[in-house]
Design a protein around this ligand. Structure first.
Ligand SMILES: *Cc1c(COP(=O)(O)O)cnc(C)c1O
Length: 463
């Protein structure tokens, strides 16, 4: 199969050589793709030679993908991926280790343990004390945190469900926090109404006075405040909620303190940025995605949890057919939601090992520098910046947008059509329409930033 493998390697390496020249966003209809698939693969009637197949799939992905690994993709938190992490995913697929039990995958389990322990120490968690696991993403990590908090607060929750607890638990989070919590509230049975959406202050941060008031009010009304979610790096505007103040309120009322740092957690690898997340070390649990700012392919999230017991209670089972682990090891199928478990951590381990911790910090810092450059260039070109954050995401508007001449979506479409960059439209609190540009690629350079700003000017037209 050497020829076929060479086709794969050729595809991957030439993709990165050519990415700057490729259109960022595809223009294709569902009908066009379905017709292509129908003519070649309908009913899988004819076996396709592997080399032909590799080339066809590569061509489809090349033409019909919104290229988040393009250096001018200034979009959502989807990164360019480190080459070491792509190699890692190939090795994982080939060996297909099963990480449900340590005994089936000793090397893989220990590699993950090392990587998670390193990141836990960066969070200020004592590695021996906290539980940590790779997840499919931030949603599963946030889900794990809510289940752990419920399990710790209500001894009956596991056997009798919420009805058995007789309580109405509530979860506090800002209007800018991630919407995965709506699904989680639905699925855990606390219900979507249990989410107390707390307003933000003028800097788009969770308002601690509003939070404290809401908790006190809910306590008086006979509800059971359970957990506060602070976000470190909100999805829309990259805002870091006041972590220390939130921790203090949680301490006062006996609430679980969760930090959703899916994107922003990676700031902990930069000595310059880490102080902005001070207070994260006091969290009961932290969500941190490797497939966001740690630049590895989806799906790779992580949950760090200070409490082992609720995880063991929530996810523990007694399955007689599963082999027992060795002493001083843990079997992930009894401490996490997943059963069969992919070797998610290798892509992070290999990327980290190749660059080194300092190299990773420098990669983060460079993206922050590009963000600062973008902010300054937009201001110089007459745009108004709407968010203040040390993280590289910029929300901005222009008097032409505010006057209703043009919508942010129209500007974003024009910028994308000119290949000047892919950016998104966003609604900030108060339903204020804005444009949003985030540095997501370690390959984004000064020329890419300049081209985006020029393209934005062209998209506005003359006034
Ligand atoms: C992306 C994100 C999530 C959801 O994580 P997935 O990995 O997409 O499941 C949750 N919270 C925040 C702040 C995020 O940025």
């Amino acid at each position: 199969m050497h020829r076929e493998w060479r086709a794969v390697v050729e595809t991957v390496t030439s993709h990165y050589d050519e990415i700057r020249q490729r259109p960022i966003a595809p223009t294709v209809s569902p009908a066009e793709i379905r017709e292509h698939l129908r003519t070649r693969y309908a009913d899988f009637a004819e076996p396709v030679p592997l080399e032909v197949l590799v080339n066809d799939v590569a061509a489809m992905l090349g033409r019909w993908t919104l290229h988040v690994t393009h250096p001018r993709y200034f979009g959502l938190f989807n990164p360019s991926v480190r080459p070491a992490s792509v190699m890692a995913d190939t090795l994982v697929a080939a060996f297909n280790p099963q990480l449900a039990v340590w005994a089936h995958a000793p090397a893989a389990c220990e590699i993950e343990r090392l990587a998670l322990g390193f990141l836990a120490s960066r969070l200020g968690f004592e590695p021996g004390i906290c539980a940590a696991a790779f997840t499919t993403g931030g949603s599963e990590a946030n889900f794990t945190a809510v289940v752990a908090a419920l399990t710790r607060a209500f001894p009956r929750y596991g056997r009798q469900g919420l009805t058995g607890t007789g309580a109405r638990p509530t979860v506090y989070l800002s209007e800018e926090s991630h919407h995965s919590f709506h699904k989680i509230a639905h699925a855990t049975g606390i219900g979507r109404d249990a989410l107390r959406i707390v307003p933000v202050d003028e800097h788009l941060r969770l308002s601690c006075s509003a939070l404290a008031n809401q908790i006190t009010e809910d306590e008086a009304a006979g509800l059971h405040p359970l957990m506060v979610v602070a976000t470190a790096g909100t999805t829309a505007a990259g805002i870091i909620d006041p972590l220390r103040e939130t921790a203090a309120i949680c301490g006062e009322h006996g609430l679980w303190f969760h930090v959703d740092a899916a994107w922003g957690g990676s700031a902990m690898l930069s000595p310059a940025l880490a102080p902005h997340l001070a207070g994260i070390e006091g969290a009961d649990s932290v969500t941190w995605d490797a497939h966001k700012w740690l630049s590895v392919p989806v799906g790779a999230g992580m949950i760090f949890c200070r409490h082992r017991a609720p995880l063991a209670q929530a996810f523990g089972v007694d399955a007689s057919y599963v082999p027992r682990g060795a002493a001083d090891t843990e079997d992930a199928y009894v401490t996490t939601m997943q059963w069969s478990r992919r070797f998610i951590g290798l892509k992070l381990f290999m990327a980290l090992a190749e660059l080194g911790a300092e190299g990773y910090g420098a990669m983060i810092d460079r993206q922050v520098a590009m963000g600062r450059r973008l902010r300054a260039a937009l201001e110089a070109a007459g745009w108004t910046i709407l968010n203040q954050t040390p993280l590289p995401v910029v929300c901005f508007t222009h008097r032409r947008l505010e006057s209703g001449d043009l919508t942010p979506a129209e500007v974003a479409t024009r910028v994308s059509a000119g290949q000047d960059g892919w950016i998104s439209a966003v609604l900030l609190p108060g339903r204020r329409p804005a444009l949003r540009a985030c540095i997501t690629s370690f390959r984004t350079d000064e020329a890419d930033v300049a081209r985006l700003v020029d393209g934005l000017g062209r998209a506005l037209g003359s006034d």
